[in-house]
Design a protein around this ligand. Structure first.
Ligand code: SF4
Length: 78
């Protein structure tokens, strides 16, 4: 099974992963991840939401999310 990871130090919750993933692997929600102060400010400036992996088992390693993320915050290990 592929491993899907979101780097919450980079994610700004812009949602392209949710839009391009054909398998519903991601969800955008309010972030409760402990982050350094400046990164927390950046996340808050973008609405306080980030992407989370909610259905990793469905991933087919198509890499659409990796290509779509403007923050290069997603890593998929086939
Ligand atoms: S690699 Fe494809 S199936 Fe897997 S999370 Fe990314 S977009 Fe979804």
């Amino acid at each position: 099974m592929p491993r899907v990871e979101v780097d919450h130090h980079r994610c700004e919750g812009k949602k392209p992963c949710v839009q391009v993933c054909p398998e519903g692997v991601f969800a955008i929600r309010k972030s409760d991840v402990p982050l350094p102060f400046l990164i927390r400010l950046k996340v808050l400036a973008h609405g306080g939401k980030q992407a989370f992996v909610v259905n990793e088992a469905a991933c087919t390693a198509c890499m659409k999310c990796v290509d779509a993320c403007p923050e290069t915050a997603i890593r998929v290990t086939p």
